[in-house]
Design a protein around this ligand. Structure first.
Ligand code: UDP
Length: 469
């Protein structure tokens, strides 16, 4: 067998990073490149357990491997401060060992290239020391990447303080071409939780040095659809949007087993009638808010498919309002985890009630589904702005003064979302645009080893910035 080039992909330990990186890995592997995909041990065991063929850790040229995350106690993993400290301290050494072991057992096909999630870009020093070429992958929107890259300048200009607070105005702007960030849209905004805000702000400070360090920073977007934001990051390489295809669906990188029974249930529903409700992998709700979601779905009168992770009720066992499950039995389907892209592609889906994570945003937009937006944290508030104000493909589900989204608000927005022709037409147009750009990574990407070329349709200007041809 001919020797293959060998790429190692290192994923940050979160669902929203693992899934897009695995999609990208499958595309790279489909070009005859060997890919070794690295998760932490805990994440690796979740991904493998959720695979349709969980005995096989090599799928379509992608080999799944793991490294310890350096955290001793299970409890410490729930403590984000302890976890971050242990992870950052031990990961460089663990990755270095893994690279050396992998090369020792693959003498014919040593690792030629390492791609890491940009949020763990501090790992690249180790890769550099080993003399291996590198790139980074940004999981969020190009606008979010541009914002993080501009943070040092915003601090220098006195717009942000060292804790990430906006100093004077209520907004931070990096360009007139894209919307400014309001205080509540800052990716590290955690009202009343200064320590957590500082942790997220400091984690974000790694993005700019990472982007400067690598020749290319890849992301799940397309230049055609996000040109203004892309133009703000000189070496961005937008290679999305990604959708799971049938050939790579055996390992989607999900942390939970996908319950495919919902697809046959959707087959039995009327076209354009079902509300799909899914808040990604991290969002949690108080019992009061959980009850309002249930009662709002009931009040709407629409059929619904609701993803209720076992940890959705903030650590408590999930408890539905009295009699709810019986009352909605003939029109509600609840699963712990759904095959989301298949669901969004189903003709019965009317609207997507979502937390606006970037992956969910790109999936919904690529499949032309109108959104009902309920951002939870990080970049999701800014993504909502794109969905509702720029693309005009969704509506906001607003909280009341007590911070709770009421059953009436939820039900009203479901009805409005279903009846709004403009939003439906815009969503369908957006789908057409996205489908034209669907990721064909190898066609789109210049050689990752060649820094003389820019992204497609772009030329290098003065060695540091790109301009459109
Ligand atoms: N997802 C899924 N099934 C579900 C819910 C979510 O496969 O029931 C996937 C979804 O398709 C997306 C990812 O999980 O690819 C969630 O990423 P996102 O950035 O939207 O949110 P996060 O989990 O990072 O908050």
């Amino acid at each position: 067998m001919a020797r293959r080039p060998h790429v190692m992909v290192v994923a940050p330990p979160a669902q929203g990073h693992v899934r897009p990186l695995l999609k990208l890995s499958h595309q790279i592997a489909s070009q005859g490149i060997k890919v070794t995909f690295v998760n932490t041990e805990i994440i690796h065991s979740k991904v493998v357990a959720a695979m349709s063929d969980s005995k096989n850790e090599e799928i379509g040229g992608v080999t799944l491997v793991s490294v310890p995350d350096g955290v001793g106690q299970e409890d410490d993993r729930k403590d984000i401060f302890k976890f971050t400290e242990c992870f950052q301290r031990t990961m460089p050494g663990n990755l270095k060992d893994l690279i050396q072991r992998t090369n020792d057992s693959n003498e014919d096909e040593p690792i030629r290239f390492v791609l890491v999630g940009a949020t763990i870009g501090w790992l690249l020093d180790v890769v550099q020391d080993l003399g291996i070429k590198q790139a980074a992958f940004w999981t969020g929107s190009p606008a979010g990447l541009a914002f993080f890259c501009h943070v040092p300048k915003l601090i220098e200009d006195g717009v942000l303080d060292m804790n990430g607070n906006i100093v004077e105005n209520d907004q931070a702007s990096i360009s007139e071409e894209i919307p400014a960030w309001n205080c509540s849209e800052l990716p590290w905004h955690f009202p009343g939780e200064q320590k957590l805000q500082k942790l997220f702000f400091d984690m974000g400070l790694v993005i700019r040095p990472t982007a400067q360090h690598v020749k290319w920073i890849l992301c799940n977007a397309s230049y055609e659809l996000h040109s203004q934001a892309c133009d703000l990051v000189p070496n961005i390489l937008p290679v999305g949007p990604f959708l799971t295809t049938t050939e790579n669906s055996a390992s989607t990188g999900s942390f939970w087993l996908e319950d495919t029974s919902c697809l046959s249930w959707l087959d039995g529903q009327e076209a354009g009638s079902v509300v799909y409700v899914a808040f990604g992998s991290i969002a949690v709700f108080s019992q009061q808010q959980f009850d309002e979601i249930a009662l709002g779905l009931e009040l709407s009168g629409q059929p619904f498919l609701w993803v209720v992770r076992s940890d959705l009720a903030n650590g408590s066992p999930v408890a539905y309002p009295d009699g709810f499950l019986e009352r909605v039995a003939d029109r509600g389907k609840i699963v712990e985890w759904a095959p989301q892209e298949n669901v969004l592609a189903h003709p019965s889906i009317a609207v997507f009630l979502t937390h606006c994570g970037w992956n969910s945003t790109m999936e919904g937009a690529s499949l032309g589904v109108p959104f009902l937006c309920w951002p939870y944290f990080a970049d999701q508030f800014y993504n909502q702005k794109y969905i509702c104000d720029i693309w005009k493909v969704g509506l906001k589900v607003n909280p009341g003064e007590d911070g709770i989204r009421s059953r009436t608000e939820i039900s009203t927005k479901i009805q409005q979302g279903i009846c709004d022709d403009n939003i439906r037409i815009n969503a369908s147009k957006r789908k057409d645009l996205c489908q034209k750009c669907l990721s064909k990574v190898i066609e789109k990407a210049p050689s990752l080893e060649d820094n003389t070329k820019g992204a497609p349709g772009m030329v290098r200007d003065g060695g540091t910035r790109y301009k459109r041809n």
